[in-house]
Write a protein that binds this ligand. Structure first.
Ligand code: GLU
Length: 304
């Protein structure tokens, strides 16, 4: 009974925090979140043309870009439920890329796509590109293309603050661990830690709900994602141990559209050089306590 009440109180508190973050009105309690006035403004390259890219041509003709993203990952890709506005580091990367491709910010339409559906969304032409904690790897490169990487994350573990037994993936035997279907962290636990009881949902926020209601013992995915959840509820959750993988984040593009992929590589490099990347990082993901790292080198791999 007491436990149920505690959970109810925790969830009510989280809901209030979420509402406050959503409103962001003057006078509401201070909530750490991306502040519009601290975000860089990206110069739109109005004369830009990319006739070699079928994706760019199609977007140019229709007059807007369709960009796949996440909507429930703190400081990375979040959608304000009231206004429908997306924010976070991945969203800023998407906006700076759009500006370099000649698209005004108001001509970007974000669509939420879960981890398991990214490849099909790109293959079916539902989106022009995808920016949402998307790890570049050889298996995925057979299905889609990747610009970048633009950030290096690593797999980690999120547990409740009162958890004392879990310090790393080696402690997961017999524990219930939650991750997103179709993600690399899910696959790594399944392959390397078969004694863990692994459960999958569409999103990490569902995993976090399950952690707070004692349905699972840990949530596993990239440290960048977990630190954001922990930063929003530091009394309830903590990230433990050291990162145990390398997750280079790329911008997903339709496979074979090498013109688009290389144009995005150029755009990333330019924004890293001119300071936009660092500014965007500090105004978003930096708020979860991660200092701005040096971005990893861009990998312009040959057409495959
Ligand atoms: N970066 C990992 C992946 O691409 C985990 C995060 C996610 O699911 O978006 O699978």
């Amino acid at each position: 009974m007491l436990r149920t009440k505690n959970i109810a109180a925790v969830l009510a508190g989280l809901l209030l925090a979420a509402l406050a973050a959503g409103c962001g009105k003057e006078g509401s309690p201070p909530v750490k979140g991306p502040r519009a006035d601290q975000l860089p403004r990206y110069t739109v390259d109005t004369g830009f043309e990319l006739p070699g890219s079928p994706t760019w041509r199609k977007a140019h003709r229709r007059g807007y870009l369709v960009v796949g993203a996440k909507e429930d990952q703190p400081y990375l890709g979040e959608k304000d439920p009231a206004s429908g506005v997306y924010s976070g580091f991945d969203i800023e990367i998407a906006r700076m890329m759009a500006a370099s491709l000649g698209f005004e910010p108001k001509t970007i339409r974000f669509r939420t796509i879960a981890s398991a559906n990214r490849e099909t969304a790109l293959q079916n032409g539902q989106i022009d590109y995808y920016v949402g904690t998307y790890t570049i790897n050889d298996m995925r490169k057979k299905l889609v293309g990747f610009a970048g990487p633009y950030y290096m994350a690593g797999q980690g573990l999120l547990v409740r603050t009162d958890e004392n037994d879990i310090h790393g993936p080696q402690d997961l035997a017999g524990k219930t661990v939650c991750s997103a279907a179709g993600s690399t962290p899910y696959q790594r636990i399944a392959a390397d830690y078969p004694k863990a009881k692994l459960v999958a949902y569409d999103t990490y926020s569902i995993c976090v709900d399950n952690l707070l209601t004692f349905q699972v013992d840990a949530v596993t995915t990239d440290d960048a994602i977990l630190l954001g959840f922990a930063a929003k509820a530091p009394d309830e959750m903590k990230v433990v141990g050291k990162p145990f993988s390398q997750e280079p984040y790329g911008i997903g593009v339709p496979r074979g559209d090498n013109a688009l992929r290389l144009a995005l590589d150029d755009a990333l490099e330019e924004n890293e050089r001119n300071g936009n990347w660092k500014k965007a990082f500090e105004a978003t993901l930096g708020l979860s306590g991660v200092p701005a790292p040096k971005p990893p080198p861009i990998d312009r791999y040959p057409a495959n």
